[in-house]
Design a protein around this ligand. Structure first.
Ligand code: GP9
Ligand code: MN
Length: 618
């Protein structure tokens, strides 16, 4: 019997390995994968010692059906979306419909291999005699079963632990699901996915009561009524192309700064002179990192409390920037030359209204730096592409080269002389961001050469922090900050936001506080689109009296104060003097209300309902 179990199990393991290979993983030498697979199969087999021969075969047959189903559905999903299935996707699933409708095109003849091992079961089921069908020794069987379960769990746990050590945030956000499967296998991946899903479903507030929905509607009604009728800059970019570039790890402290007499970001500094520049634009991202920054800018909703909205609510309806522009005749492109499934983009981008998503598979990889295609080549190929598409268009470009750990210094050819910082973490970052700036310089030059600058709104902003808090001393030294306390640290969590209008219109520095959530309302106004009926949490930074940046943890910064809400302290933003937090009580209540409203909208997929409501109250 042991032989039979081994053969059947081996067939299942081979299928899982083959699946990993088909989705671009390595099948040998990945220690965590081997350990996790052994663990998973021990757990699967924990029942077998307790079963009779006949039931053992039936049990394995049943397990094989489940595993095969998981493999095949994931394979089809992968061929369509370049990604792995996760339970939140299945439950929201309008997008799975599109996979179903093209199922026949997605199947290959060789996929039959995945069901070939079912042939082994035919002779087993035919075997009549129930020889030795009784369980020999109950106690021993129970002990073996128990040992299998515990050891299996320990193995799986260790495999997962190894992955967690290698990529610390990957299990909480699942930002690269195929990477997870490559390292712990499909079974353990789905077990963790199911566990996370159930935990979150249980903790999630049940459906909203009517009065809660009404409260949300009322908030939007008030905010609609508070938008002035005569908005300055309204429509100055009407009908123009929109190119929005989200730059990886671009922090504000590098702007206008020099090292060894050299500007760190000469091209951005030059562009800022000709643009509307928001110098108090803060990071509002949560656990979703880059994807949260994209979400903020494209939907004007806040990131969710835990995990990443791209992973957990990709099936919601979002009246996003691309969806709004598409309705007005724009062609819409998302461009990011990395794995399409990363951050669930292959699922999320179409849902956010992008007609096309140009990912790693669409670019020629003629220059690689760090994680993938260099920013320069990315911009060159992206503009080559955009030259041929129908105008007006919205192109959303997400860069990659200046990604942590910034250590591809060879590729930067010592273009920025960082002197004694050479080889340090901060020195490497400065070199990387100098490179990103050079690539942006190329983009700007190309837009000018192609004559596109006069018909394009160019928006550039950073996605999130570059220097993590454990490196704060290095940053303090570099910026000559004596006391890098919490106030100072939070004040440094700024990124540049640059909006360039044709003819350099409106150029100047704006001091109003803001964050990613404000990008969409600001742009809609510039593009002559009335955003009053669109459920947006952000403010139009060019037409509002008071700015406010809200961080996902409830810290906030307005034009006068910086409030570390949970720590119970507030400061005058300019002097750094402590300020009575009690006087900010109303603001604090508002901050939490805004975060809560945004969270509920996302959890309950309310965008459409609120939009309909806002249109009714015209
Ligand atoms: C890769 C990139 C990285 O596609 O966007 O995301 P991050 O690690 O910065 O969140
Ligand atoms: Mn990023």
């Amino acid at each position: 019997m042991m032989k039979i179990i081994s053969v059947l199990s081996l067939a299942m393991i081979t299928k899982l390995m083959y699946f990993n290979k088909l989705i671009g993983g390595r099948v040998s030498g990945v220690v965590s994968l081997v350990i996790s697979l052994i663990g998973a199969f021990m757990i699967i087999h924990f029942l077998t010692p307790l079963l009779t021969r006949k039931w053992r075969v039936r049990y394995l047959f049943f397990i094989n059906i489940i595993i095969t189903f998981l493999i095949v559905s994931n394979l089809l999903f992968y061929r369509y979306f370049n990604d792995i299935i996760t339970l939140p996707i299945i439950t929201q699933i309008s997008m799975v419909g599109s996979v179903y409708s093209s199922v026949l095109n997605l199947i290959n003849f060789s996929d039959l291999l995945f069901i070939a091992d079912f042939l082994f079961y035919i002779p087993m089921f035919k075997m009549k005699k129930e020889a030795k069908c009784r369980i020999e020794n109950k106690t021993i069987s129970i002990i073996i079963s128990f040992v299998l379960l515990i050891t299996g769990y320990l193995f799986s746990y260790y495999g997962v632990y190894l992955l967690d050590k290698k990529q610390p945030k990957i299990l909480t956000t699942f930002y690269d699901k195929s990477y997870v499967v490559h390292h712990i296998g499909l079974i353990n991946y789905h077990a963790i996915d199911a566990f996370k899903f159930i935990k979150e479903e249980v903790s999630m507030s049940k459906s909203l009561k009517d009065d809660e929905i009404n409260k949300i509607k009322d908030w939007f009604k008030q905010s609609k009524l508070s938008i002035p009728n005569d908005n300055s800059y309204f429509g100055v970019g009407k009908g123009m192309n929109l190119i929005m570039v989200q730059v990886e790890a671009l922090q504000e402290f590098v702007i206008g700064r020099k090292i060894n007499d050299m500007e760190i970001t000469p091209n951005l500094n030059k562009l800022i002179q000709k643009s509307i520049y928001f110098e108090n634009f803060y990071c509002e991202t949560g656990a979703g990192g880059t994807s949260d920054a994209e979400f903020l800018a494209n939907t004007s909703l806040y990131p969710i409390r835990t995990g990443a909205v791209y992973m957990k609510y990709p099936g919601n309806y979002y009246y996003s920037l691309a969806n709004v522009l598409k309705e007005r005749g724009y062609s819409t492109f998302a461009m990011h030359a990395y794995k399409p499934g990363f951050w669930n983009r292959s699922v999320m981008y179409p849902n956010l209204g992008f007609n096309e998503y140009l990912n790693r598979n669409h670019y020629e990889h003629d220059e690689i730096i760090g994680m993938g295609l260099s920013d320069k080549s990315f911009f060159r190929q992206s503009i080559d592409y955009l030259k041929k598409v129908k105008e007006p268009y919205y192109a959303f470009m997400v860069t990659l080269t200046s990604h942590y750990p910034y250590d591809n210094t060879k590729a930067y050819n010592d273009a920025l002389k960082v002197g004694e910082l050479k080889g340090t973490f901060l020195g490497n970052y400065l070199e990387a961001i100098h490179y990103a700036d050079e690539a942006l310089g190329y983009l700007i030059d190309r837009l000018e050469e192609e004559g596109l600058m006069d018909s394009t709104l160019l928006v550039i902003y950073g996605d999130h922090y570059a220097v993590s808090k454990d490196r704060k001393d290095e940053l303090a030294d570099f910026l000559n900050i004596e006391n890098m306390d919490n106030y100072m640290w939070v004040k440094l969590q700024k990124m540049p936001l640059i909006i360039h209008l044709p003819g350099d219109e409106g150029a100047g520095i704006k001091t109003i506080a803001g964050g990613g959530v404000d990008i969409m309302p600001t742009l809609l106004n510039l593009m002559g689109i009335d955003g009053r009926n669109i459920p947006m949490m952000g403010r139009d930074l060019l037409n509002c009296e008071e700015g406010m940046a809200i961080m996902r943890n409830g810290y906030f910064i307005d034009d006068n104060y910086l409030c570390l809400t949970a720590d119970g302290v507030a400061y005058d933003i300019t002097t750094g003097e402590p300020y009575s937090i009690e006087s900010l009580r109303d603001k604090i209540d508002n901050v939490f209300m805004e975060l809560d409203i945004s969270q509920k909208i996302i959890e309950n997929n309310l965008v459409e309902e609120i939009r309909n409501y806002l249109m009714e109250i015209d």
